[in-house]
Design a binder for this molecule. Structure first.
Ligand code: PMV
Length: 319
């Protein structure tokens, strides 16, 4: 076999963002918007990439140049993933995403995981899930310098995970699909910019920030129990508390706040931003009979609803 197609899911952060960068836990769920990659080994020592969703067409580089020179943004994660895999033969990669890279569903991490998993299968390296996570997380850190790796874990393992920084703990939670509504703000946020912004603000009052992170960690622990008990009311309350703490960190913006309060007023159990903040998406947990009203309220205050199923399978072979 010298060619394979694999796919990995996008993700949504349920609780614990920002604190998880600093040795605290979070809860993340994999969503059914997937990144697909077809990976083919070549005889020539070159790397070729087509990634039309991120405007990369017929990108080509010799294997010994990987990671060098200016790499186009859309090629960075895949190129560095191949370099980190230390592949000896040439390779051609074509990616195709079911979701827009604007949503913040983790397209870069999902494509990194796809390529490493595909190479592991094609070369017979047969890396286990943790080894795939470690190599993909290293790739993300090589490029971004920062990040907890929660998105990489969701792409590899799928499901809903209790996760601690860098994969120190990756614990699958055996729960049913969540009654989750996802609202897109229409504003593109950059994760590293937001992490740095929170870090700058933290310098003004380091102890307060530590206290906020500890409080977030506490409510993540409570949410883990509530999830395992399918206690949606409790999870909703914890989401609201998490949002209040994220606001104190300076991660929210008016648009997200408006979408969140509209969802609550329309009958959601709770709502919060999901991910770094500053834009991207918010999530609401709502009883079935309130779902249409909550969706309408979110659309009015924001931009659009993204229909997702949560808790889906991690990276897998498609063909
Ligand atoms: O912006 P997103 O969806 O990639 O989420 C970032 C979440 C942070 O906790 C702020 C960063 C991280 O890597 O955990």
């Amino acid at each position: 076999m010298n060619k394979i197609t694999v796919s990995a899911p996008g993700k949504l952060m349920l609780l614990g963002e920002h604190a998880v960068v600093y040795q605290r836990p979070c809860i993340v769920t994999a969503v059914n918007q997937r990144m697909k990659a077809t990976v083919e080994l070549l005889n020539e020592p070159i790397f070729q990439l087509n990634a039309p969703d991120v405007q990369v067409a017929n990108y080509q580089k010799s294997l010994d140049q990987l990671g060098q020179d200016d790499i186009p943004k859309g090629a960075r994660f895949i190129e560095v993933a191949i370099k980190n895999f230390a592949l000896k033969s040439g390779v051609k990669v074509t990616t195709c995403s079911e979701f827009s890279s604007l949503f913040g569903f983790g397209s870069s991490s999902a494509s990194t995981v796809c390529v490493i998993y595909a190479l592991s299968e094609l070369t017979g390296a047969n890396l286990d899930q943790k080894a795939i996570f470690d190599l993909a997380y290293k790739t993300v850190l090589d490029i971004q310098g920062k990040g907890s790796g929660f998105d990489v874990a969701a792409a590899v393992f799928g499901g809903t995970l209790y996760f601690v920084t860098g994969g120190k703990v990756i614990e699958p939670l055996n729960i049913p699909s969540l009654p989750l509504i996802v609202g897109y703000s229409g504003i593109k946020a950059d994760t590293v910019t937001l992490i740095n912004q929170v870090l700058e603000k933290a310098k003004e009052n380091p102890q307060t920030t530590e206290d906020i992170y500890n409080n977030i960690a506490k409510l993540v622990e409570q949410a883990k129990v509530a999830l395992l008990n399918t206690d949606w009311t409790m999870i909703g309350q914890l989401m609201d508390q998490n949002q209040a703490l994220l606001k104190q960190l300076g991660a929210s913006i008016d648009k997200l706040d408006n979408m969140i309060s509209a969802a609550r007023k329309a009958g959601a159990y709770g709502a919060k931003l999901s991910g770094a903040g500053g834009g991207d998406c918010m999530i609401a947990l709502a009883p079935e009979n309130k779902t249409p009203a909550v969706k309408n309220a979110i659309i009015k205050a924001g931009k659009q609803i993204i229909e997702v199923e949560t808790n889906v399978e991690g990276v897998k072979i498609e063909a």
